[in-house]
Structures are given as C-alpha cells and as structure tokens.
Design a protein around this ligand. Structure first.
Ligand code: KG4
Ligand code: ZN
Length: 332
C-alpha cells in the first residue's frame, strides 16, 4: 500500500495514533483515554498525562499499525501534533514521531491540532470540500472558521473567555458530575427539562462567543436553590445549562452561514460529540438549506486521524530537517 501516513496526537490527556492514506482513507484510529486516571483530580494533571503518554505511546502506535494491516515498513510519512496543548504531553508525541521517522529517513509533518479539528470531515468516503464553514468547539478552543483551501483556515470569530467544552466541564463540576464533565452532562440533560431554568446567552461582538458568565449564572443558581433542591433539580439544571450553550453556538453559526453565504458546514472538537448540538445543527442546516458534515464522535474528540487528515494539506519536513523540531504550547 502506498501513501500511508502514521499520525500521532498527544496534546492533552488522550494518547492517539492512526493511519490514514494520502487520499483520506481512514485505515485505523486508536485512542488510549486517560480519563479515569485524571478523574480523581477533577481535571487533567499535566505531569501525570505526560508520564502516561510515555508509557503507552509505543503500544498505541503498534496497535494502530496492526489495525491498519500494515507495518512500519509500509509507512511513507509520519505526522504529529506540534501544538497547541500541554507542553510535556506534546513533547512525548513529537519525540516519538521524530524517532519513528528518523530511523527510516521518512519525512515528518508537524501539525496544528486545531487544523486537525477543522479538516476531520475531509476523511472518509464522503469528504467535505472547500469552501466550507466549520465550528470547532473543544475543551480549549471555540471558533468558527472559513476554509477556502484545506491547507488553511481563517478564524471568523472565537471565544473571548472560556471554551464551550470548558463551560461544559465547569458546569458539570458544579453539578457534581465529575470529570470529564461534558459527556456526563450530555447524558443527564436528556432526562431534564431545558425550559426549567433561564440561563444567559451572551452575545459579544460579531461572531465571537463568551461562556464565562454562563458558568457564574449556574453557580449562583445552585447556591440559591440550596444543596438538597439543587440535587433534586440536577437534570433540569443540566438540560437548561446545556440548552444555553447549544443556543449560543447555533446563533453564531446561523449568523456565519448568512454572512458568509456558504453552503457547506462541518463541526468538530469534543463538544461536537454533544447529542443536542448535533441535533440542533442538523435542524439549522435543514432550515437554511446547508449541507452538514458531522464526523462520528471519535473523530470529534481528540484523535490522531484528524492529525493525519491535516498532514495531507501541510508541507512535510524532509529528513533530517525536523530533528530540532520543537513542540509549542501555543501556536501563533
Ligand atoms: O476536542 P477535545 O477532545 O479536546 C480538546 O482539544 O480540548 O474536547 C474535549 C472537550 C471537553 O471539554 C469535554 O467535556 C467536551 O469536549 N465533550 C463534550 C462531550 N464530549 C466531549 N461536551 C459536551 N457533550 C459531549 N457529549
Ligand atoms: Zn482538540
């Protein structure tokens, strides 16, 4: 098989490896979640994450190759998340990718993690094609991008404070749902009444977002209700809180579709795995006559397949030019 890209992603707390082809075929996508390891701390502990990446990266990579039905000898290019993310966690992936590539003199592609989220819908049998709009909503970022060429994206609007996933995680923590909070809040919200409580939908200028006031509003509401009543109304609180986040995201995407006049939309990032958001985006796109690409949940949350996808559109560094490549916690 030719054109195989082995991709590695370790920007946060998931150790990920995948094999994709230059044509966008997804051959394997492996994710070793560290969720349980960090749950007892109520959030990701960077040093713990780096150490666990180091322990499992080789096994996860071997597993991804095996699942793709290939060996290292069949790999043509290695791709890796260079940033943004936790610096120690990123370094494990970057070092591992460099070693794998250098041992065979292969080219290496350093990938922007967010570019991965932007192009994850270009994978598979029905890839999205530019020009398109994309909403990326994750634990660290929330923005609407415009893609004219899959090698680049332009940010049209972004969060001014918390990311949507951060709002989910903080809300979940206030409701005693543990970590990671987004999926737990999503599940609980299904059994609650989204009209029960009114939470603010803040709308800063143009296409930007703001979620920090929402978290404060939930904090005050839980305090006002008192412990026992807040516990009893937990599902209603979760549903109303989630509805506020989804409404804010939908309102901005609606505005972006109207302003930019594009007929294709993709969503990505962990929050794109949210069941209510997926449904609401579908309804919005039906209403506006826009075609929507919703990747499967495992391609929305952090994964290496999307890094392989972005690598198809990113210049590769030939051996040995990448030997001094560094990870970067923040990308320019
Ligand atoms: O993209 P991602 O896996 O990692 C980052 O790049 O941040 O996103 C993780 C975020 C977390 O905040 C998590 O709570 C949220 O995505 N998330 C969800 C759901 N699944 C993951 N939020 C709401 N509903 C979900 N089903
Ligand atoms: Zn991410």
């Amino acid at each position: 098989m030719t054109g195989c890209i082995l991709a590695i992603e370790t920007s946060c707390d998931d150790t990920c490896a995948a094999v994709v082809t230059v044509d966008g075929e997804l051959l394997s996508n492996r994710i070793a979640s560290q969720g349980l390891l960090h749950a007892r701390y109520g959030g990701v502990v960077p040093e713990v994450a780096s150490r666990r990446h180091l322990e499992v990266i080789d096994a996860v990579t071997a597993d991804a190759l095996e699942a793709a039905g290939i060996t290292l000898a069949d790999v043509d290019t290695v791709a890796v998340t260079r940033g943004p993310g936790l610096i120690g966690a990123l370094l494990v992936g970057v070092s591992s990718a460099k070693a794998l590539a250098a041992a065979r003199g292969l080219p290496l592609v350093p990938v922007d993690h967010l570019h991965g989220h932007v192009v994850s819908a270009t994978l598979g049998p029905d890839p999205i094609e530019p020009p398109y709009l994309c909403l990326v909503a994750s634990g660290g970022h929330t923005f609407i991008g415009r893609v004219e060429d899959p090698a680049h994206y332009t940010v049209l609007g972004e969060t001014l404070d918390d990311a949507a996933g951060e709002a989910f995680d903080k809300g979940a923590r206030l409701l005693g749902l543990g970590y990671p909070g987004g999926p737990a809040l999503d599940r609980l919200a299904r059994t609650g009444d989204a009209q029960a409580f009114r939470f603010p939908r803040s709308a800063p200028a143009e296409l930007d977002f703001s979620f920090s006031g929402l978290k404060t509003a939930l904090l005050y509401r839980v305090r006002d209700l008192g412990e026992a009543e807040a516990e009893r109304r937990r599902a209603d609180l979760a549903a109303s809180f989630q509805r506020a986040i989804v409404d804010a995201l939908i309102a901005r995407v609606r505005q972006a579709i109207v302003c930019e006049r594009l007929e294709r939309l993709a969503i990505g990032g962990g929050v794109a795995a949210n069941s209510e958001l997926r449904q609401a985006m579908g309804d919005l796109c039906d209403e506006l006559g826009v075609r929507l690409w919703v990747p499967p949940p495992e391609l929305c949350t952090d994964n290496a397949a999307m890094i392989g996808a972005a690598a198809r559109f990113t210049p590769a560094l030939p051996y040995p030019e990448y030997l001094d490549l560094d990870a970067t916690a923040r990308l320019a």
